[in-house]
Design a protein around this ligand. Structure first.
Ligand SMILES: [Zn+2]
Ligand SMILES: [Zn+2]
Length: 250
């Protein structure tokens, strides 16, 4: 389900950060306690903060238990920021999910990663070319949209977690997606009530694709939501991002 209003205005997009990691993610800095994250969000004027800790296939993370702990902490914190307690869940193959359906639906915000190909437990496509990965991405997303599990796609199509590809091959995984393929999958996501992340690290690294993705999304009426993938308090801020988005989108 959509948690944010549909907008294509860079200023409005930058008032919300829907991809952040607390200390429940091993990769986050120890400063990322819920309270410190909320205070940092207040300081930089965020209206929405979504906490999206990792939930990887075959991990030892208690996603639902962590959600309950954060929920209890949140009840003690007075803040004008809208805080969504969710997770960066895993669609690690076609029709393969790391958590039971009930856990996904219990969270405030079910963001889904479909591109953590650097993990040993992640399915790889049979065709290991850039085009093979692009097609695998489409197949995983199309299956995910049938399930009603996801509220949001984290870093859509991001090739950042493909350590076996060089930068040109990474860009190829994006550039080989046709406008029609993108239009179709964006429409399916929209019908499934699922927003698409403007994941700033990927967005600014692959601007040609980002521009195409955004404008096709706008054409089909897709919902976008911005995420910085913050692992530090400083990275929670979206200040200056609206200007950078404008520069890419012209
Ligand atoms: Zn991720
Ligand atoms: Zn993340």
């Amino acid at each position: 389900m959509f948690l944010l209003e549909c907008t294509y205005d860079p200023d409005e997009l930058a008032r919300h950060n829907v991809h952040t990691h607390s200390v429940f993610s091993k990769c986050a800095k120890p400063e990322m306690t819920l309270e410190a994250m909320i205070r940092a969000a207040e300081e930089v004027g965020l209206r929405t903060l979504a906490v999206t800790d990792h939930s990887d296939p075959q991990d030892d993370i208690d996603t639902y238990g962590n959600f309950l702990v954060l929920k209890e902490k949140l009840a003690q914190i007075d803040t004008p920021v809208r805080v969504l307690l969710g997770a960066e869940l895993s669609a690690y193959g076609v029709g393969k999910y790391a958590e039971p359906y009930e856990v996904d639906r219990a969270l405030d915000f079910a963001a889904y990663s479909h591109v953590h190909y650097h993990l040993d437990t992640w399915d790889q496509p049979q065709d290991r070319s850039p085009r093979g990965y692009a097609q695998h991405n489409l197949a995983v997303l199309n299956a995910l949209f049938e399930t009603g599990r996801a509220d949001h796609v984290a870093h859509p199509f991001s090739p950042c977690k493909m350590p076996f590809f060089d930068e040109a091959q990474k860009a190829q995984t994006l550039d080989c997606l046709t406008d029609n393929e993108l239009g179709d999958v964006l429409e399916k996501g929209e019908r499934a009530g699922c927003s698409w992340e403007i994941h700033t690290p990927t967005f600014f690294r692959f601007p040609a694709f980002s521009r195409r993705f955004f404008w096709i999304g706008r054409e089909v009426g897709a919902h976008f939501a911005l995420g910085t993938d913050a692992h530090t308090l400083a990275a929670l801020s979206t200040q200056g991002i609206a200007e950078r988005l404008r520069a890419v989108l012209v």
